[in-house]
Design a protein around this ligand. Structure first.
Ligand code: SF4
Ligand code: FES
Length: 320
């Protein structure tokens, strides 16, 4: 593996990123689905009330036809939820489908949700009851897998961890894909540039010497040295909130440095020097401008800026 950062990735997404071509309140010319029932752009008319649309269809019939996704998990008993207060809100979602148009548009959906619902539940409601063409990633729905990072009211968050009741519902709740990575469709971005940087810092234990007969021992103090950075779930909320990463996408980004930190300070690992050499690259740690966006965005509460500073110090002390 080359010790230098190899910028093979596309010239970061920003120039190609359809986010640069946003037409707020605009409508994609010739969009094939604009006059579909229950699905209108905010430029056309007031948003459609989800309850009306849901009421116009027979969910049982939909299920009988197999149209409802098999992965549907929001099966709630009405009796169970009877005592939970509800509220109305408008969900404003950035839409992009390159198979239909290069233009971005914004769709608004009026929803009635429960007080215990999260942004992910609102997205499920839109997808399952109003517009099945909406696409987004999610898996665990409980803040573990890291697949549903998105910009919610302009801040990088996991949709499954943001309670709707904690947002300002007097205004539309805005949902967009994370920035700095090419948008593939709706809320889904191409994560490959992110994982390319992750792979380059060798995110695995490199332990030399004789193979132990039982295990490689480590004191509790040594384990605590990198405990914080073991919590990363690779959601990319940090890297895609970094203005340096937005500029050209060549910067390794905070997530790669966090995961390098996890092994650099692991007393059992023997490749710390090589990782420090990799991050001493012009696209490495020195591009960090300490804006703290990453630390603020991390859903795991990792002290990312502190970890980056520790890696910088390790590089400096190694070269002295
Ligand atoms: S450091 Fe935090 S924000 Fe960044 S990828 Fe890991 S969990 Fe996500
Ligand atoms: S769906 Fe897994 S973290 Fe949100």
């Amino acid at each position: 593996m080359s010790p230098s950062h190899t910028p093979e990735r596309p010239e970061n997404g920003r120039s190609n990123d359809p986010q640069d071509r946003v037409q707020e309140h605009g409508q994609a010319p010739g969009h094939a689905q604009d006059d579909r029932a229950g699905y209108k752009t905010d430029a056309d008319s007031p948003a459609v009330d989800a309850q009306d649309v849901a009421g116009s269809q027979d969910p049982a019939a939909v299920n009988a036809e197999g149209a409802a996704p098999a992965s549907k998990i929001d099966v709630q008993d009405d009796v169970e939820r009877a005592d939970i207060p509800t509220f109305d809100l408008t969900l404003r979602i950035r839409r992009y489908n390159p198979e239909v148009s290069d233009e971005v548009r914004w769709d608004e959906f009026k929803l009635t949700m429960y007080g215990t619902d999260r942004v992910l539940d609102a997205l499920h409601k839109v997808k399952w009851e109003i517009d099945g063409t909406l696409v987004f990633r999610r898996s665990c729905a409980h803040g573990v897998c890291g697949s549903d990072a998105m910009r919610i009211n302009g801040q990088n968050r996991l949709a499954c961890k943001v309670l709707l009741k904690d947002l300002d519902l007097s205004k539309p709740v805005t949902v967009e894909p994370i920035k700095g990575l090419p948008c593939e469709k709706d809320l889904i971005v191409d994560m490959e540039p992110f994982f390319q940087s992750y792979r380059e810092i060798m995110p695995f234990l490199v332990a030399g010497g004789n193979e132990p007969t039982y295990e490689r021992f480590q004191s509790q103090e040594d384990r605590a040295r990198y405990d914080d950075t073991t919590k990363c779930i690779l959601c990319a909320a940090c890297t895609s909130s970094c203005p340096v990463f937005w500029t050209d996408g060549q910067y390794f980004g905070p997530a790669a440095i966090v995961n390098a930190h996890r092994f650099i300070f692991d007393s059992r690992d023997d490749a710390g020097d090589l990782r420090l050499e990799i991050l001493n690259d012009k696209e490495g740690v020195w591009r960090c401008r300490t804006t703290f966006n990453c630390t603020e965005a991390c859903p795991r509460g990792i002290q990312i800026t502190k970890a980056i500073a520790e890696v910088k110090n390790a590089i400096l002390s190694r070269s002295m």
